[in-house]
Design a binder for this molecule. Sequence first.
Ligand SMILES: Nc1nc2c(c(=O)[nH]1)N[C@H]1C(S)=C(S)[C@@H](COP(=O)(O)OP(=O)(O)OC[C@H]3O[C@@H](n4cnc5c(=O)[nH]c(N)nc54)[C@H](O)[C@@H]3O)O[C@H]1N2
Ligand SMILES: Nc1nc2c(c(=O)[nH]1)N[C@H]1C(S)=C(S)[C@@H](COP(=O)(O)OP(=O)(O)OC[C@H]3O[C@@H](n4cnc5c(=O)[nH]c(N)nc54)[C@H](O)[C@@H]3O)O[C@H]1N2
Ligand code: SF4
Ligand SMILES: [Mo]
Length: 708
Amino acid sequence: MSHESILRKNVCPLDCPDTCSMLVTIRQGVAVELKGDPDHPFTRGALCGKMARYLDRVYSDDRLMQPRKRIGRKGEGRFETISWDEALATIAERFRAVADSPDGPQAILPYSYYGTMGKLQASSLDRRFFHRLGASLLDRTICASAGTVGYEYTMGRGRLGADPLAVPGCKFVVNWGSNTVNTNAHLWSLMIEARKRNGATIVTVDPYRSPTAERSDWHIQPRPGTDAALALGLMHVVWRDGLADEDYLARATIGADRLRKRVLDDYPPERTAAITGVVVETITKFARRLATEQPSFIRLNYGMQRHHGGGMAVRTIACLPALIGSWRHPGGGAMLSTSGAYDFDLARLTRPDLAPAGTRTVNMNQLGEALAGELPGPPIRALYVYNCNPAAVAPNQAKVLEGLRREDLFTVVHELFATDTVDYADVVLPATSQLEHVDVHGSYGHHEVMYNPRSIEPRGECRSNNDVFRALAARLGFEADLFPDDETLIREALDGGPTLRGVTLERLKEAGSVRLNLPDSYAPFAAGVFPTPSGKCEFYSERMARDGLDPLPTYIPPLEDPQSRPDLAARFPIQLLSPPRPQFLNSTFANSPRHRSRAGEPTVEMDADDARSRHVADGDRVEVFNARGSFRARASLSGAVRPGVAVATGIYWNKLSPGLSNVNSTTSSALTDMGGGATFFDNLVEIRAAAETTGEPSKVDGAAIGSK
Ligand SMILES: Nc1nc2c(c(=O)[nH]1)N[C@H]1C(S)=C(S)[C@@H](COP(=O)(O)OP(=O)(O)OC[C@H]3O[C@@H](n4cnc5c(=O)[nH]c(N)nc54)[C@H](O)[C@@H]3O)O[C@H]1N2
Ligand SMILES: Nc1nc2c(c(=O)[nH]1)N[C@H]1C(S)=C(S)[C@@H](COP(=O)(O)OP(=O)(O)OC[C@H]3O[C@@H](n4cnc5c(=O)[nH]c(N)nc54)[C@H](O)[C@@H]3O)O[C@H]1N2
Ligand code: SF4
Ligand SMILES: [Mo]
């Protein structure tokens, strides 16, 4: 038998802006090595520590290998193996029964996010299937929708921004609500290059001394959720001190006079300092350096979006580069996401036209409310979860779990592992890993299109998302031509707009990764033309006025903040942030033994005085709680937060956590000011010392996970 190795290029499927190219060595049908691809222009041969061990995950004994049906109570995780034929027949029969009942097909809810970012396995035949079925639509708001809407009001369609590859040419680099070191590691490398090459200063604006803040030259530590106020204070200094780029302002912006008046009247540094907790000297110095040390670059990320005023915060910060003229330079300006640069034909892939007119939309952040029947429309009687682990990641967890526990709810979960969500399924379907299915990827952190071949055969009886939707469509008698093979879908996706011209499946298969049709030195707003209704950067937005929002940038306080809610803070005085733990990708890897041992137990970082007054010492077990719920963690007094703030990084699985619940038992399902986004970080809690052992987590690698 031949022992020859084959080398394939695959794509990291995770919900991470870097979208790395991976070189996989296959020997006798088995992937034996996986490493970074040095030829990839953005990721340049390096994988992060999480994905370097992806083969452990692909070949894990804990993989779900066959369909299963529930034999225990919901949440217990007891199942027995069934055939695909029985699984598909059961689902088709139940969906048909619900669709034909007086509640109609809208009583069926798909629930997914980006367990894989692949265009095919994340949003193609799944959408066609549920549209054709007439199921409720899902608004996928759990991550990025507040900032997306806020940025687009200001900057226009496509959320275009600075070219990350040009960052090494910058002089002043800001991580604003971004833990770039861990969440966008390859951009961090380019920031370090800017520091080495130009002596660039790296600044991080974050209430938490994150790994990124620690490695930065300057850490600015505002109170959570006050970023818009800080940005308005910066604008005040810029205008007051004559540092605005008047030529760019006149040519490329609309509403500058009104904004100038507002910030000069309402946001003097003293008031800004009182709101943000950042001292006047810091505000002044930050404004002056950002304006004068050009090109300046702002990596705008998700930290500030997970507060009630998150959309307005992103919009407000997005006005800064136009005020100081940094869009003139390659690399200058701001970057939220590069995904809008991809002209994929998404409508053709997902076929929204197949959904009956007037179909209701459910906001995914309100899964608990939806399952409790508190939203308009028919009750949810069937739920189909894929690419997502809502029992662990969705806010207001107690309510979500209460809904998932409903005996009259028919739940399907398609997964690779027996997650917290799987434990509530009636039918569990085993999913393929990224090496076992075909896909095509864009990115939200660079400008390459990438092809992911099937490099190994599916393990066990695993099937890809698209394969399952093809099979279900056939069982329900849907038109076969709506559910073609994956290559046809890739060709349809690529047959899009100008940035994809010349990007073909053949080229992708040959090269693995192809740059979008964009100029090499990409500076989208150098000429001062924006894809907004006015053609300008909209400091004043008529559309916002029409949508009932303040048309000018403003500060919208968090819903749960001692300044805006002293009554609530009297009971729950601590603002809790819960960004990702570096070793996990959301809740992915939280069951992988190596990742877990590196991540350690759940922790909550607290201020030392806050701890002392609660009789808590470093390393003590504590309970973090509010009216919504509680979880357990070890106190860490590392000096990373100010008094009144705490950080519990996640996302741990409930069943693998001490106390059997994670941070989302405390988070709120209130929505952001725009975009219907989640407010995970807008969360007042109290912390108290807890007994050392209460509630043992399930074993990590043994039979206690799920039914195995
Ligand atoms: N290792 C790793 N990488 C990831 C992920 C992961 O789970 N693990 N998740 C991926 C996904 S899905 C996403 S969306 C991105 C998220 O990546 P980022 O955008 O970096 O988001 P977070 O890490 O959630 O938050 C960034 C920082 O914002 C801070 N922050 C919290 N509140 C505020 C605030 O009010 N103002 C400011 N200025 N900062 C605030 C947090 O303390 C945190 O350090 O990362 C992706 N990359
Ligand atoms: N408290 C708090 N909560 C948060 C966040 C936070 O910062 N704090 N972050 C939020 C953010 S930014 C996000 S994006 C969400 C993410 O939440 P999720 O989208 O749920 O992300 P993951 O936890 O990574 O779970 C994805 C699941 O998809 C599965 N999967 C992977 N590939 C496939 C496939 O091909 N097919 C199928 N069927 N399944 C697959 C994986 O095994 C994994 O269990 O969480 C949100 N929740
Ligand atoms: S998680 Fe992000 S950094 Fe890590 S390999 Fe995947 S794309 Fe690259
Ligand atoms: Mo996300």
